[in-house]
Ligand binder design. Structure first.
Ligand code: BTN
Length: 264
């Protein structure tokens, strides 16, 4: 019997013209987490660019130990097996964020589409996509969750989340968007040199959410909250924050707008 995910996968296969990313694509009607599938596959020697996509995840994972929830069959949730050379591991998130933004923009223009450090995509100020990268011995799993056609979000997401449909009023064909995403990932990730990396850092900063603005950073793992102005991103993926003790660099955390008390 044909299921939505089988249709999605065969549609993607018939349109995709990449050399590596998505050439092996496995679809799940339901799975715990596509990142777990990709991780196991990577360790078992799966080829670079293998993709695991699901219509529903029972234990979708987010950054910093959070969950990723998504309605069945309306969004995109997928993970890609990567084996970047050592010198590109730290920029993979930057490159993947730019690929994601390039693929989504044609569907959301003219609404503003920004990259919130480290890898969230903000559509008109609301989060429409998140990325979870996991280091696995010998490689990297890149997991992307993109809210495409969902219109109702659970209460704990409601204030900060959106989907492409919710923000633009336009339904987006998932297969077409996934083909574009995989093609942009291949172009950005698999054929990059040092000049490309420098250009990508500049491009990331061009689209960086709240760059030049006062923010509050919740530093992951420490419970600390630091106020400062976003200066940009370093080549190793660190956030550059101008704080009262000078420029500081952070690798994991959550940026929020400045507490009202400081703006008064
Ligand atoms: C975040 O914003 O916290 C990151 C969310 C990443 C969600 C995606 S959905 C596909 C892949 N599988 C997972 O379990 N997580 C990632």
């Amino acid at each position: 019997m044909s299921t939505a995910i089988n249709d999605l996968v065969s549609d993607v296969r018939s349109r995709l013209a990449t050399e590596h990313i998505g050439q092996r694509i496995i679809g799940f009607d339901e799975v715990d987490s596509t990142n777990v599938c990709a991780r196991e596959a990577l360790m078992a020697g799966a080829p670079v660019g293998s993709v695991f996509v699901a219509d529903f995840q029972t234990s979708g994972r987010g950054r910093l130990g959070r969950r990723w929830q998504s309605e069945r069959g309306v969004n995109l949730m997928f993970s890609v097996v990567l084996r970047p050379p050592a010198e590109l591991v730290s920029v993979t998130g930057i490159l993947a964020s730019l690929a994601l933004r390039s693929a989504v923009e044609p569907y959301t223009s003219p609404l503003p589409l920004a990259i919130k450090w480290p890898n969230d995509l903000m559509l008109d100020g609301l989060k429409c996509s998140g990325m979870l990268m996991e280091n696995v011995s010998g490689g990297l799993v890149l997991g992307i969750g993109l809210n495409v056609n969902q219109v109702v979000f659970p209460d704990d997401y409601a204030t900060g989340a959106t989907s492409l449909l919710l923000s633009t009023g336009r339904h987006v064909p998932r297969a077409e968007l996934l083909v574009s995403l995989l093609s942009h990932l291949e172009a950005r990730l698999l054929d990059i040199d040092q000049t490309g990396v420098s250009r990508s850092l500049e491009e990331y900063e061009m689209y960086m959410h709240r760059i030049g603005k006062r923010v509050s950073l919740h530093v992951a793992g420490s419970g600390r909250r630091i106020n400062g102005t976003i200066v940009g991103i370093r080549a190793d993926g660190a956030l550059k924050l101008d704080t009262e003790s000078g420029e500081q660099y952070f690798y994991a955390g959550d940026v929020t707008s400045q507490p009202a008390s400081e703006n008064a």
